[in-house]
Structures are given as structure tokens and as C-alpha cells.
Design a protein around this ligand. Sequence first.
Ligand SMILES: [Zn+2]
Length: 311
Amino acid sequence: MARPVGGKDYPRTRQEFRAFFPDDDHCVAFLTRLRWPDGFRCPACLGEGWRSARGRWTCRGCGRQTSLTAGTIFEGTRKPLLDWFEVAWRVTTAKNGVSALAVSSEWGMSREAGWTWLHKFRRAMVRPDRDLLTGEVEADETFLGGAEDGVRGRQTVRKAIVLVMVEKKAGGGYGRARLVSVKDFSAASLHPAVQANVTSGATVITDFHKGYLGLDRKGYTHKRINIRASGQTGSDLLPGVHLVASLLDRVWLGTHHGALRRRHLDAYLDEFVFRFNRRGSKARGLLFYRLLEGAVSTAPQPFSAIRGGRS
Ligand SMILES: [Zn+2]
């Protein structure tokens, strides 16, 4: 599809949101266009079909019935799509996201359900085909939950190590970022994290930490900055990483009050990156559009799968 146009393909403001989605039927129509931009295709045989009921289609070829939400993160929901759309709007327009508590109290659901909805949307924020970072990339680790010192009491409050990678733009400023939690500072943890997020052939800029040694043998140009010898601080020499790390800290403490579960950390990091990488986009509505686009192309996320070992 051509680049979506604000006001025509997606709402740009709250007023436009209301005009776009006065009721659930309009949400169904919107989602139908997103899912099948060239018309309905049967997921089983790719045949064409006809609309047999609200949000339901029947394949002309094999006769199979398909619901609009089947095979998406909305599969099996009993709530109106409009509720989902409203939460998606809030997720994408609130500067630092929204907490599970706010969703549960404002949309009248259990805390657990609010939590699950947000996680479903987080899964939809990761596009499997998203491009790796390129060009010059700063990389450094940061601690999350820095205010808490080590393990205190239960498992929930722990420092986590996050590897921050951010593209430097040629003319100054920064491009896209990627964040991933790592187990420790060893090369065995750091190298695969870099390789999964930075394209081969790129320049990776790090400090002198030995865990980064050897990146030059893995297809990267490795530029090392000796922070100690320079007499400057890490934030002067890897400013992009430190910019991202301080934003991350703010979101962590502000929106989630520093109380995230460690095993869901990567989902939160993906949400942060989703927002950060689109920070230049003036139209928040475009984020909303991208999120719903992700939602219809992301397989269902049953609660049990998301919850995992929610501690
Ligand atoms: Zn079919």
C-alpha cells in the first residue's frame, strides 16, 4: 500500500478518531482494509470470497469461513473492537505509553486483562522484517532499575542489563535504536546481541570493555573509545546511547514505576523502541495505524503464552 495519508487513512487527532470510529462497524471496515488491502483472501487456499456476516467471510474456493479477527492478536475477543482501538490510540498517543492499571480502570476490565491487552499490542509492535541498524552504531550497556541496588527481597526488583544500540546520523543526531536485555557483560552475551541487531559491515562504536573485543572479526568495523584515557565521561563519548538510556529510565520509572517483571523486559524494550524510532513522526496517528497494521499481521497471543511464568 502507498504511504498512508493522515486524515484519510488514519485519524490525526482525537476529534478525527471519533469521526473515523463512531461505532464498531467502522472499526471492522478499517481492520478489513488493513488486513486485506486488495480484497479478502482465504487464509487456507488464497481464494476470493464474500462477506457472509459482520466481520465474517466465506471462501468461494473451499467454502471455509474466516473471521476478520482470526489469526490476529484480536482473535477470540469478546470486547468491542472499538475498545481495542481506543486502547491502541492511547498506547500510541500517550508520550510514554500507558500502564495496565490505567487500561483496566478506564476500560472496565480486570488488571490481568489490561495487562494482557498491552502485551498483545507489544507483540504487534515488533515487525519480523524490520531492518537491522546500519552505518555508524554506538553500543553500550545500561542498567535498568538503577535506583534499586542489586537483589532486594523478592525476584521482582532486580537490575537488568540492557544493551543499547543507536545509529549515528552523518549530519549529526541519531537514527533508529535497538534495545535488548543481556545476561551479563561477556562477549558470549554481547556479540550475539550486536549481531542480531546491527547489519554486517556496519561500524560499531564502543568503549574499551573487553566484552566487545573481536567484533572486527565478525564483519564489523570496530571503533573503540577509551573513556578513561580521554578524561571525559561515557555520556560525552557515547552520547546517543546515554540519551536513549536516560529516556528509558524515565519511562521505566514514570510509566511502570520501575516494577516490571524481568521476563517481560524485552517486550517493554520493544515498545520503547517502537516509540523512539518514530519520534520524528509528527502524526501520532501514523503510529496508531502502524500498530493496528502489526496487530492484524501478528499471530494470536493467548494469555497463557504471554503470561509465561509471570512472577
Ligand atoms: Zn479457501
